[in-house]
Design a binder for this molecule. Structure first.
Ligand code: ZN
Length: 625
């Protein structure tokens, strides 16, 4: 074979994998959990057995898998500890009164740990090694596309003193806040493996059915992710109407059997002093509430129940039907954190704050536990979208009467821009220089992504986008492009510029009214683009006689227009503004002397970082309305 022939031969070999590699459709794995766990409530040690039926939906043959072993983060010298010690603005909850890492001070009987003691694949022993919070596992038998295999693990764990989210004896005296507590299969999806170490935050998981048995001291009341299967046998507020509380005589422990279908996480909490109330919603799920029986707390937690039902209805109506028959609001944890079919929130709060945290965490049922974005990579889709819909919901169910319910999100974003600490939203959630920049990028700038999208495509199109997004991507792992494509399909506009500039850069928006010039019986308005990020323009013109009109300059690269968001005002669609042109001018039919003011974006939904130049006012305003 001559050199040329050899080269052709090699090229032909290369061409085949290249052609298939190009074609990477969406897929996600599936895993069904069966777990049996024993908790010693005195030592906070537990052991368990876990059987995973794991299905490989990928086009690849797997020779390894990874488990998250999150509790190992709560050990001196862990990645979480070292990050805490090196970041400029560590989370105050994780520091002691001397400003030192609380993890660094944990004694051996106070740390968290989670270890495998045996692991098999279809009965064959496996090689594995624990690397911090991730268990790396070599398969005994490669797993071909479309095939299932069964992993069986025995594990032991210790619940850490509460440092962050999960743990024992939280500040409000809840004994067990059990989140991120079990060996959890890492997701392998169309983007590859997501075996992220537990450094600060954010979780990603594999969808599947959970069957969990928890055995612990009989005096403890358990709430959590699943439906209790042996409710009448357990009692404690779970039993059917008319069934008496069983006595549990002669027993030391009870075994609680939960099932949670199609979730990607499983949380539980337990305390001997929980009050357990339920509220069956009409045409909705049954809501469960677990809280300490304390004066000062009880009234708020009673009043919270109707608000939870209202919030549930609000989200189901505006986003899409809640797909489970149960949701539990549980006192525990160290603030508020969302889990499958449930939340852990601290309970000693004002009523407003208690409702606020419940609404936020409940909203996460949609933006995380049904639309399961990888929040480590796209934290703004999780926290931001949740903040957006929570603000809308709070405005309604708490009668807040705000014109712009997102005002605080805008303020937060502007402050971040002015601080000079902003990093693009596409930064990994663990990799921001400071926690502050993460927080604002994820929550505030993430909420503004949607409220401002409402400015670009119109409010009705925005809400339709969210409903379609839910319908098309529920029980999947949607990415930023999925939101963008949904908005494009609903609005008919092209929005790549919006997604790119807002989420992958720190480009800012700044438009201004540069001049208003007299041209005899008419006038000319000159606008300028000062910031780099493109935007369409709504311009309000106010005349001396009190009449008003809106001029609309679509952005050329949108290739479309929104409909009039101001039904009471005249709306004139002007020629497009091509982004590269630093200025844009248009004529008004009336002389300059009749113009009182010109305002860019009267809705203030566009996040213009300098609003001082958005308003032009006639110099002599003394006698004008
Ligand atoms: Zn959140």
């Amino acid at each position: 074979m001559n050199a040329k022939k050899l080269l052709v031969g090699i090229m032909a070999l290369l061409a085949i994998p290249a052609a298939t590699a190009q074609n990477s459709p969406y897929w996600q794995q599936h895993v069904d959990y069966t777990m049996d766990v024993n908790m010693d409530v005195e030592s906070f040690k537990y052991d368990g057995n876990q059987k995973l039926v794991y299905t490989n939906n990928s086009p690849d043959t797997l020779d390894q898998v990874f488990y998250h072993m999150y509790f190992n983060a709560f050990q001196p010298g862990s990645e979480m500890d070292m990050r805490l010690q090196s970041i400029k603005d560590p989370d105050g909850r994780m520091m002691n009164e001397n400003g030192k890492s609380r993890i660094a001070e944990l004694q051996p009987d106070e740390i968290g740990y989670l270890k495998a003691s045996s692991l098999t694949q279809d009965g064959t022993e496996l090689d594995y090694s624990l690397e911090g919070t991730v268990l790396e596992v070599k398969l005994a038998k490669p797993l071909a596309p479309g095939q299932s295999t069964t992993f069986e693990m025995d594990f032991t764990g210790q619940v850490p003193l509460q440092i962050r989210r999960s743990g024992r004896d939280n500040e409000e005296g809840i004994s067990l806040s059990m989140s991120q507590w079990y060996p959890k299969m890492a997701e392998y999806d169309f983007e590859g493996w997501h075996a992220d170490p537990y450094i600060a935050r954010e979780f990603h998981g594999v969808w599947g059915d959970f069957d969990v048995k928890i055995t612990l001291d009989k005096s403890y009341i358990v709430g959590g992710s699943g439906y209790l299967q042996n409710a009448d046998e357990i009692g404690y507020g779970y039993q059917a109407e008319g069934v008496k509380q069983p006595k549990h005589k002669g027993k030391k422990t009870l075994t609680w059997h939960f099932k949670a279908p199609m979730v990607h996480d499983f949380m539980w909490a337990a305390d001997p002093d929980y009050v357990h109330d339920t509220l069956k919603m009409e045409n909705g799920p049954t809501l469960h509430f677990f809280y300490e029986d304390e004066p000062g707390l009880k009234e708020n937690w009673k009043n919270l129940q109707e608000k939870t039902a209202q919030a549930m209805s609000f989200f189901s109506r505006n986003l899409g039907e809640y797909p489970y028959d149960q949701y539990s609001v549980i006192q525990g944890g160290d603030g508020g954190m969302e889990y499958a079919m449930s939340t852990l929130i601290t309970g000693e709060r004002s009523f407003e704050s208690l409702v606020g945290v419940m609404v936020h965490e409940l909203a996460h049922s949609w933006f995380q536990h049904i639309l399961a974005t990888n929040e480590a990579k796209h934290e703004w889709m999780d926290e931001g979208f949740t903040s957006f819909i929570s603000s809308l919901c709070m405005n309604v169910i708490m009668d807040q009467g705000k014109d712009n319910p997102f005002e605080n999100s805008y303020k937060g974003y502007f402050a971040l821009v002015n601080s000079g600490l902003e990093e693009p939203q596409s930064t990994h959630a663990d990799r921001y220089d400071v926690n502050y920049a993460y927080g604002i990028a994820a929550y505030s700038k993430g909420a503004v992504f949607l409220s401002q999208l409402g400015y670009v495509i119109g409010q009705e199109a925005l809400m339709e986008t969210l409903r379609k997004y839910y319908q098309d991507f529920k029980f999947k792992h949607p990415t930023p492009n999925d939101v963008k494509r949904t908005a494009e399909k609903v609005s008919g506009m092209q929005l790549d510029w919006y997604l790119t500039d807002w989420t992958q850069t720190t480009n800012t928006i700044d438009y201004g009214v540069k001049a208003v010039e007299s041209t005899g019986e008419t006038s000319e308005v000159v606008l300028e683009r000062i910031g780099k990020m493109p935007m369409p323009m709504d311009i309000l013109v106010i005349y001396n006689d009190g009449t008003q009109e809106i001029r609309y300059a679509p952005l050329r690269m949108m290739r479309g227009e929104k409909s009039n968001p101001y039904p009471n005002l005249s709306w004139t669609v002007m020629p497009d503004w091509p982004w590269a042109m630093p200025e844009y001018s248009f004529k008004l039919d009336r002389p300059k002397s009749e113009i009182a003011a010109i305002v860019i974006d009267p809705s203030q939904l566009m996040a213009d970082v300098d609003r001082s130049n958005n308003l032009w006012q006639a110099e002599d305003t003394a006698n004008k309305p």
